[in-house]
Design a protein around this ligand. Structure first.
Ligand code: BGC
Length: 893
């Protein structure tokens, strides 16, 4: 009885958890007033099964049937069983009714959390009028292993397959597997792969930190004999070792642990070799059928070797895992030479191919991957440099076989197949898209299809370069966490995807590699590529990504955790800038078409980092530091202008676009010269380059925002929609399905990845300027939002949504002669300033919201629910609104 009861309960709870897990599913809005909170998250994750934070933070999203609503109080219950939670008993924590408008970053403040334990939680809220919502559906979180002493297993190796059998006296009630492998592991229980992750654990500087992964394996185990098998790949680590601990609670409440150790057996399996750059060789004749099942005769296996584990601390992997997120069906199959078949997957991406084959034992099929084709239809792999990027499958010969690799990935659009027995068909191969499985939370659609195309290739580049860290590229012998690339695209990435957990992890990696002397490194993890100290345009990823993520999330703990590190880093920069000018640089405005001195780029980032540090200090209430760094920033700015500004020519250094864009972006230009410097920038674009950009990685990030700030969103738009070299349109016209590394079209052996995300940094401008959705820096985490779309040129509509920590923010506008409409959605617990776009052709405008007038004859008209104020700001009317959906309509003569 007890058993079946608990099974039913588990099923019910699982079903409820599944319901709450869906992204921002609003609950039925039948009842009036505050709705039960949704999208419950713990440490930014939905029902995480393994966190190692002693005071995790909770977040939820609110809905309300009225406009202008806020949370005035919340109550969080955390219970040790779902039953207690269902009875509204928070035996671990009952926050009580807590007067607060915090709906994110609410810190657990109950009984000390215990390792290897599950918790259930829910929340309700009171609106601004004191009406209380229902409780949310329950969510859960599992605490993993909080202390190093909780680990009982030993690191083992000795072969790429390890196994162990064990007997359970009863069925398990709760079982968790904690596992890590270096490089990669695949955990198998009783004949089946556990979980959906690939290329796990995430990549770190393993001398400092190693991530472990937690699985709920309750359903994979049973009373009686069980078998655990682990396959190992070398990944970045160049060796194959692992550590496992399974903590099992039996039906009777008894606890059993199964851990890795020398009693395990080891034997090499069918993976003959595996390498991230070179691919996998898999000999199916060497498969040890049944090795991961109980009862397997492992007599020929040798004892596993106990090995010394890496020095790094073990930390729970608290970010979305790498997964196989999509299947690509080939769009074409050609046969350019006898026996050579080439598949076109129609899209460049990271992952692998799955092969379907039937043929004689020992037949050897080779798959080679490329981003490009030669005119004769053969694959062009010149840009892969040293990466062999090929998988070899050797057939068992016993009927239908299919294969995909486990411990490698490739960046490709085309797959060449040779050695296939007979002729393959379109259905003999599928592509699998593999990358960190972050959720898409944003969307951007414009009336100009070219912009949508650009947005699309940027999204592909951003996503397929997420492999537990943001890599530069996914195909050649590189794929590193280059920090310059990471910092320029991070804002756009945050607007598109749910990135908080991913970047929190990346920032921790940066702290791990931060030198005792405050030096940062060009790449994170810092293992084989780049230098220490980092080029300042690369090292800046540490302060900047921290600051951007704070803007997006309002996450104060993030600032607390990174503050000392960022201060150290800025201290290091200062030590290299005795006269307040930081000159050292390696890459500068990387891959620009016109060169700007590296010193100017470095010094700009020195200023930016110092400003950000002062803002971090202010946000943390450290007014002494805020003051110190504000003053220092002033000195750096003066020195910058002395060093780089030419007041006669009204330009900086080489007068390139980047040279002028950088100081304009941070308002470093002496105010009486600003206008002329901005004009010189516009003239450079228009007359010296016939409306083309010349910027590299650094200048590009700020080019469109600077033009927009200076009233030239039209020119920014012209650059964005340019179709001749250099531009994104040019890439698209040349068949790009991901963003190129270089503005130039190059297909030879030099550096010319077809999939780099750095030039995708313009996506942030799409959301912020064209869509008009902006965080208010004074009120981070979308507490107050600035909606300010740019209606320009031939654009007739843009619709953008950002999945903020408070819920979806939408701005959607349309423009036709004489009428502009703007629809805005502001989440509960947020307010917004809505700056209404105007058509300069329209005079004597009137604005309605729904069917009520809100602006007439140059004045705000009161009385519309949610619209609290309206005023003229320059040429635009700006309304203050509370939460809710608004439909503004501007008409004029
Ligand atoms: C990478 C870049 C990186 C650069 C450093 C290249 O090899 O692909 O994207 O930032 O090195 O200059």
């Amino acid at each position: 009885m007890r058993n079946s009861n608990s099974i039913i309960k588990t099923v019910v709870v699982a079903a409820l958890l599944a319901l709450t897990a869906a992204w921002a599913v609003p609950v039925a809005r039948a009842a009036e007033g505050p709705q039960a909170p949704v999208t419950l998250r713990c440490e930014y994750l939905h029902n995480p099964v393994g966190i190692d934070v002693r005071q995790p933070r909770f977040a939820w999203v609110l809905h309300h049937t009225e406009r202008g609503q806020m949370q005035s109080a919340y109550e969080v219950l955390v219970a040790t069983t779902p039953e207690l939670l269902a009875q509204n008993k928070g035996d671990a924590w009952d926050s009580g009714k807590t007067a607060s408008d915090d709906s994110t970053q609410v810190v657990y403040n109950g009984k000390p959390l215990e390792s290897n334990r599950s918790y259930w939680w829910k929340v309700r809220y009171w609106d601004k009028d004191g009406n209380v919502s229902n409780y949310s559906h329950p969510a859960s979180f599992d605490v993993a292993l909080l202390s190093p002493d909780d680990w009982k297993g030993q690191w083992i190796g000795g072969a790429n397959q390890l196994r162990q059998e064990f007997t359970l006296a009863e069925a398990p009630r709760r079982a968790r597997a904690y596992i890590t492998g270096l490089g990669y592991y695949e955990l198998r229980l009783n004949g089946k792969k556990v979980g959906m992750n690939y290329l796990d654990p995430g990549w770190t500087s393993w001398g400092k930190r190693v991530l472990y992964v937690t699985y709920d394996v309750t359903a994979s185990l049973h009373s009686g004999s069980n078998a655990v098998g682990v396959m190992l790949g070398q990944g970045w680590f160049k060796s194959r070792i692992m550590l496992l601990q399974m903590d099992i609670e039996l039906a009777s409440g008894k606890h059993v642990s199964v851990t890795s150790g020398p009693s395990w057996k080891a034997m090499n399996g069918p993976i003959v070799s595996d390498s991230l750059y070179d691919g996998e060789v898999y000999d199916a004749r060497l498969e040890t059928h049944g090795w991961d099942l109980p009862g397997y005769k492992d007599d020929g296996w040798k004892p596993a070797e106990s090995v010394k584990g890496p020095a790094g601390v073990l930390s729970a992997q608290m970010m979305p895992p790498i997964q196989d997120v999509d299947t690509m069906v080939p769009i074409a199959l050609t046969n350019p030479r006898p026996g050579v078949y080439v598949y076109d997957l129609g899209q460049n991406f990271s992952g692998w191919a799955e092969l379907y084959v039937n043929g004689p034992r020992g037949a050897q099929v080779q798959l080679r991957f490329s981003e490009l084709l030669y005119d004769n239809g053969m694959i062009n792999r010149e840009n892969l440099r040293g990466a062999k990027a090929r998988d070899i499958y050797i057939l068992r010969g016993d009927g239908d076989e299919h294969y995909h690799p486990r411990f490698t990935y490739h960046g490709f659009r085309y797959v060449e197949v040779t050695g296939y027995p007979g002729a393959p068909s379109l259905d003999s191969l599928r592509g699998h898209v593999v990358h960190t499985a972050v959720k898409t939370t944003g969307s951007f659609v414009a009336s100009n299809p070219l912009l949508n195309q650009i947005h699309k290739i940027i999204r592909w580049s951003d996503l397929t370069n997420m492999h537990s860290v943001p890599t530069d590229c996914d195909q050649r012998d590189e794929r590193q966490g280059w920090m310059g690339d990471a910092q320029v695209s991070s804002e756009g990435v945050m607007l598109n995807f749910d990135m908080a957990a991913f970047y929190s992890n990346f920032l921790r990696d940066m702290r791990d590699d931060l030198g005792a002397d405050g030096t940062m490194t060009d790449t994170i993890p810092f293992l084989t590529h780049g230098r220490r100290p980092a080029d300042p345009a690369w090292g800046t990823a540490f302060p900047l990504i921290c600051w951007y993520l704070f803007q997006q999330s309002g996450d104060r703990r993030l600032l607390e955790e990174n503050y000392d590190g960022v201060k150290k880093y800025v201290g290091y920069l200062q030590s290299r800038a005795p006269d307040n000018v930081l000159r050292f640089s390696y890459y500068g405005d990387w891959v620009a078409t016109e060169i700007t001195p590296g010193a100017e780029v470095s010094d700009f980032y020195y200023y930016y980092d110092t400003v950000v540090l002062s803002k971090m200090a202010a946000a943390l209430g450290n007014s002494a530091d805020a003051e110190t760094y504000t003053q220092r920033a002033g000195q750096i700015k003066d020195a910058f202008n002395k060093e780089f500004f030419n007041p006669t020519a009204m330009t900086y250094t080489t007068a390139t676009q980047t040279a002028n864009v950088l100081p304009l972006f941070l308002d470093m230009v002496p105010s009486d010269s600003r206008r002329q410097v901005a004009n010189n920038l516009a003239n450079n674009i228009l007359y010296e380059h016939n409306t083309h950009l010349t910027t590299g990685l650094a200048g590009l990030r700020y080019l469109m925002p600077v033009l927009t700030q200076n009233g030239r969103s039209d020119l920014a738009y012209d650059l964005a929609t340019q179709t001749t070299y250099p531009s994104w349109g040019y890439m698209l016209a040349n068949g790009a399905t991901t963003v190129w590394e270089l503005w130039e079209k190059k297909v030879g052996p030099a550096m010319n990845s077809q999939n780099h995300h750095m030039m995708g940094s313009v996506d942030a401008w799409f959301y912020e300027a064209l869509g008009g959705i902006n965080v208010d820096p004074e009120h981070p985490g979308y507490r107050h939002i600035r909606i300010e779309p740019q209606v320009t040129r031939d654009l007739t509509s843009v619709s953008a949504t950002v999945g903020s920590v408070r819920g979806n923010v939408t701005s959607s506008w349309s423009h036709e002669p004489g009428v502009i409409t703007l629809q805005v959605d502001v989440p509960v617990n947020a307010t917004a300033s809505v700056s209404i776009p105007q058509d300069p052709e329209m005079t004597d405008i009137a604005i309605h919201e729904g069917d009520r007038s809100v602006w007439e004859k140059g004045h705000f008209v009161e009385g519309t629910p949610g619209v609290t104020a309206g005023k003229l700001d320059g040429k635009r009317v700006v309304f203050e609104v509370g939460s809710g959906m608004y439909n503004f309509r501007v008409t004029g003569e």
